[in-house]
Design a binder for this molecule. Structure first.
Ligand SMILES: [Mn+2]
Length: 333
C-alpha cells in the first residue's frame, strides 16, 4: 500500500472528530468527495461535520445528505472553539489552501490537516497528504472504502459516481478501460443513480443559465490556425440575465465542440475588472502550464486562474500568451 495512504488510514482510525471541507465554488467532484468522505468517516463510527464556503449549486442538491453541509459562517457560529472541538480538518479535491475561500482562515487552527486530492499541482499543504492522479477525487474515496473493506451503499456509490461523472465529462475525457469499467460496475451494483447523476450534471440548467450560455456562444471566437476558441461573460451579462456564477458551469466546454479546436477559454468577470479564466484542452494539448503562468492551476486538460484588468486588455494578454505557448508546441506530458 502507498505510504501516504497507510498513514492516512492510521490517523483516521486514531482520531474521533473530523471537519471535512472542499474548495470554494464547489464542483461535482468536490461535493461528491465531501459527501463520500463524510459517509466513510461515519461508517467508521467517527463524528464528522461537513463545511464549505460558498454556494452549493442547485443541480447538486439532489445528492444524499447535501443539506448537512454547513456554511463557513454557520460553522464558526456553531463551533467557536473548533480547534479543540475537532481532532482534524480533512480537505478534499483542493490543490492549495487559498482555494478554500474564507475557510482558509481556520486551517491554521488545526494541529492535523489531512489533504486528499487528485490535482497534479497540489501544494502538499497538509500534515498528511494523499495525492494520487486519478480521474476524480471521489476515486480516492472509493479506494479508501475498498482498503478498509467497508461495503458501499447507494448513498456512497451515488456520491462517488457523481465526482467521477462530473470530472470526466460523463466519461468523455477518460479511457473507459477495464479498471474503470469494473469500478463503474461496482458502483452501479451498489445502487449509484447514474442517469440521475448524468441528468443533474449535464442536462439540468435554469433558464437564466441557458440564456447566459446563448450569449457566450454568440460571442464565441475561433482561431482555426491555432485551434483555440474563446468567449466571455461580463458583470452586465450576469445582471441582464439575472444569472449567478453557478450558471456558468459547463459553458467553457462548448469551445471544444468545434472540429479542430484544441483549447477553449472562458473569461468570466466575477467582480469589477476582475476575471476568472477557465481553460480546457483536448487531444495533445494541455492548459495547466498556461494557468501556472498566470498564477493559477488545475489539471493538464482543465485549469484556471484569476486576472485583473479591463476586458479587452485581459483577453489580449491571455490570448497572446496562448499563441506564444502554441507556437512553442507545449504539449501534454
Ligand atoms: Mn476534482
Amino acid at each position: 500500500m502507498d505510504k501516504d495512504l497507510a498513514r492516512l488510514i492510521e490517523v483516521m482510525k486514531a482520531r474521533q472528530r473530523f471537519v471535512v471541507t472542499s474548495h470554494h465554488n464547489i464542483d461535482g467532484d468536490g461535493i461528491g468527495t465531501l459527501l463520500s468522505f463524510y459517509f466513510l468517516l461515519t461508517s467508521l463510527g467517527k463524528e464528522a461535520v461537513m463545511m464549505n464556503d460558498g454556494n452549493i449549486p442547485y443541480f447538486y442538491q439532489f445528492l444524499p445528505e447535501v443539506e448537512k453541509i454547513i456554511s463557513y459562517q454557520n460553522f464558526l457560529a456553531l463551533y467557536p472553539d473548533y480547534h479543540t472541538t475537532f481532532d482534524a480538518l480533512v480537505v478534499v479535491d483542493c490543490s492549495n489552501l487559498a482555494r478554500l475561500g474564507k475557510a482558509e482562515e481556520i486551517a491554521q487552527g488545526f494541529s492535523l490537516v489531512i489533504n486528499v486530492d487528485h490535482h497534479p499541482d497540489n501544494s502538499r499543504f497538509g500534515t498528511i497528504n494523499w495525492i494520487a492522479s486519478e480521474a476524480s477525487s471521489t476515486f480516492l474515496v472509493y479506494t479508501l472504502f475498498k482498503e478498509l473493506k467497508i461495503p458501499l451503499n447507494q448513498k456512497v456509490a451515488t456520491t462517488i459516481m457523481n465526482g467521477l461523472i462530473s470530472d470526466t465529462g460523463g466519461f468523455t475525457f477518460v479511457a473507459l478501460d477495464r479498471r474503470m469499467l469494473l469500478i463503474v460496475e461496482d458502483l452501479i451494483r451498489a445502487g449509484a443513480r447514474t442517469s440521475e447523476i448524468m441528468h443533474h450534471n449535464f442536462r439540468c440548467r435554469r433558464i437564466e443559465a441557458l440564456k447566459l450560455l446563448g450569449k457566450a456562444l454568440e460571442r464565441l471566437t475561433y482561431d482555426s490556425e491555432l485551434g483555440v476558441s474563446f468567449t466571455y461573460i461580463t458583470q452586465e451579462d450576469f445582471q441582464a440575465y439575472d444569472a449567478r456564477e453557478e450558471d456558468t458551469e459547463g459553458i467553457v466546454d462548448y469551445g471544444l465542440y468545434i472540429p479542430g479546436a484544441e483549447i477553449a477559454v472562458l473569461f468570466k468577470e466575477i467582480g469589477r475588472e476582475e476575471f476568472k479564466v477557465s481553460l480546457r484542452a483536448q487531444r495533445e494539448r494541455e492548459v495547466i502550464s498556461i494557468a501556472h503562468h498566470f498564477g493559477g492551476g488545475g489539471h493538464f486538460k482543465a485549469a484556471g486562474f484569476k486576472i485583473r484588468g479591463d476586458l479587452q486588455a485581459v483577453i489580449q494578454k491571455v490570448m497572446q500568451y496562448i499563441q506564444y505557448a502554441s507556437q512553442q508546441k507545449i504539449v501534454a506530458h
